[in-house]
Design a protein around this ligand. Structure first.
Ligand code: NAP
Length: 231
């Protein structure tokens, strides 16, 4: 049984992750963190939760300004971290990697827990080898704080690695959306569109459980992408 602490537990993503951990035979919900929680319901800060629970893995799905400090606090406690919070800057990533290597702790940053989104990124990288003329259109709900999305940035990184050219990213924020992305490739008289559609945050739960179960198999340092655990 792995004891898991969920930071951002009352959120649209954190709540279904907590429910899935509670329902899993091999996982225990060791604690819940959100600023609005207190008493038996949970902890207002991650630091208090780490001190007050014997957690073995921490998951953070909070907000862009909290993801990096929460990850550094988790590393300082010697615990592996699954970071699902998006909006991490390159400076934040470098700081996390250095701290995680020094502490001997694995951190997995997952820009998108959706397994279909991970496959979309993999197929986009394959297509980019033959079709370098590429553009990304990401579409999200209006409450999303960071733009472009972490998935769009990660897709752009993978396409650039594959073909040497960075695609442009267009961001759309519309009522009614959850998270969609199209990766468009153009060539002479032909185009290819790879599209991922997410209709509810339940889409992120199987990938989050995969990351929680697999994080301790990774080496110390910062790793990016659920695809590391897919194969
Ligand atoms: N990786 C993925 O696949 C994926 C998918 C969807 C969303 N996300 C990302 O996950 C994050 C959360 O998304 P969401 O839609 O669930 O947001 P949300 O509904 O606003 O939930 C945020 C949660 O974090 C808590 N929180 C916020 N700031 C905090 C802080 N400083 N300390 C402790 N708790 C804090 C909130 O509770 P209080 O307000 O009470 O503190 C709440 O429980 C965002 O960064 C989003 O982009 C990632």
């Amino acid at each position: 049984m792995t004891r898991v602490l969920v930071s951002g537990a009352t959120g649209k993503l954190g709540a279904p992750i907590c429910a899935a951990i509670s329902a899993a035979d091999d996982l225990v919900l060791a604690g819940r963190v959100a600023r609005s929680l207190s008493g038996d319901a949970g902890f207002a800060t991650l630091e208090a939760a780490i001190a007050g629970t014997a957690a073995e893995v921490v998951v953070d799905v909070t907000a862009p300004d909290a993801g990096v400090p929460h990850t550094l606090a988790t590393i300082a406690a010697g615990l592996p971290m699954v970071l699902g919070t998006t909006g991490m800057t390159p400076e934040g990533a470098a700081e996390i990697d250095a701290a995680a290597l020094a502490a001997g702790v694995p951190v997995l940053f997952v820009p998108n827990f959706s397994i279909t989104a991970v496959l979309m990124m993999r197929f986009a990288a394959q297509a980019a080898r033959f079709l370098p003329d590429c553009a990304i259109v990401e579409e999200h709900h209006v409450a999303k704080v960071d733009s472009p999305s972490g998935t769009a940035l990660r897709t752009a990184d993978l396409v650039e690695e594959a073909c040497g050219r960075r695609p442009e990213i267009a961001s759309v924020r519309l009522e009614g959306l959850v998270a969609n992305q199209s990766v468009l490739f153009g060539s002479s008289a032909q185009t290819l569109e790879i599209r991922n559609v997410t209709t509810s945050r339940e889409a992120f739960v199987p990938g989050a459980l995969l990351a929680i179960r697999g994080i301790r198999t990774l080496a110390p340092g910062l790793h990016v992408g659920l695809e590391l655990l897919l194969d």
